[in-house]
Design a protein around this ligand. Sequence first.
Ligand SMILES: [Zn+2]
Length: 416
Amino acid sequence: MAASLLVGGALFDGVSEELAGRTEILVRDGAIAEVGRSVQRPADADVIDLSGRTVSPGFIDTHVHLTMDASDLARQTLASTAAKALKGLSLAREYLGYGFTTLRDLGSMDPEFPTVDLRNALNAGLMLGPRLIVAAHIISASAGHGDLRGFYAPRWDLPVSALADSVAEIRRLVRREHAFGSDWIKTANAGGYFSVGDDPARPTWFDDEMEALCSTAKLLGMPVAVHTGAADACKQAIRFGARSLEHAYLIDEEAVDMATGRDTFIVPTMQMTQEDLGELQAGTLPCQAIWKFSRDNKQIVESQRLVAASDASVAFGTDCGMFPFSHGILEFQAMVDAGLSPLRALMAGTSVAARLLARDDIGVIKAGACADIVAMPGNPLDDIAATAQVDFVMRAGEVYRQPAVAVRRPRDRPAG
Ligand SMILES: [Zn+2]
């Protein structure tokens, strides 16, 4: 792969509290070779002029569902595995255009493993797309958030949910995820808002069930992400060693302190929840969600404020798939609206998300890191909305999207 030299007007490196000024980044073989005010200029390097822009590590969304479509979940779930994977590929590439170079997919509703296939195809370089890290299914109790049977008539017997109701069944499902290629274990230990017949304010695993899930995952070396709601469920997930709390809709101060103390990450999916609360106001929610959001809406906003005001490790995650992928980039603004500083929101979507994923080669601009690089006009620390204006996307050294600026190829340069 030829080398590229990026010339940025300013740099957010993923970790520093202030932007650096004009910066040059030399990219070679998919990785960042050198970063500085002035770096070596190999003769074979394309020069990419991003001088009017802020350069940042590629964004990381740690909570998406590429193979789920909440706009018609019950019907869409019945589509073939291949149909879901192909649609997911299209969505992944579309989302890359917004600057998301790494995604953690937290579950498909399918008897097979479409997101594992998708990850493997992208890793094999069949097509340029974001890096995927996947939990193939949502392991759930019967009558829990991952039990989709409530959408269908009782005689239907659809193998789309990964359900378990005993310690032995839970261990079997965790081992199955590992055997077929999941990177993470995803579970739900409280109900959800759009699922039928469960309640976010109630835990759905007994302690021995949650312990069995987490200890089996640990045995296999797999981190656990937990869809959670009720404060008691948040605490249960933290106690048994979950690496991330997803949504944490109804988290209380004690649970936020526990998460902070044990460095359990919180992925608060704020934009989606704000949109859901907007739909509650507008009267456009489906019936199974109305009573839950009507009861919980004030508590949800209060919980978001608690998370924003804490020192907890907050990682960027949207739940796209449950709402449109075109809205995912707005999570940065939703985080700032909830009280996070722009710097903390940006770190949530870069270096903190990378730490959640235990990857020190992404979410940061430094020599040796993957060349996952985006650029946007403006200064995102002054106005976080700049994140929605990304117009340059590089994934592992390959340019996926770029503004209409001159890219000078070596052959274009005057000799001498
Ligand atoms: Zn989700």
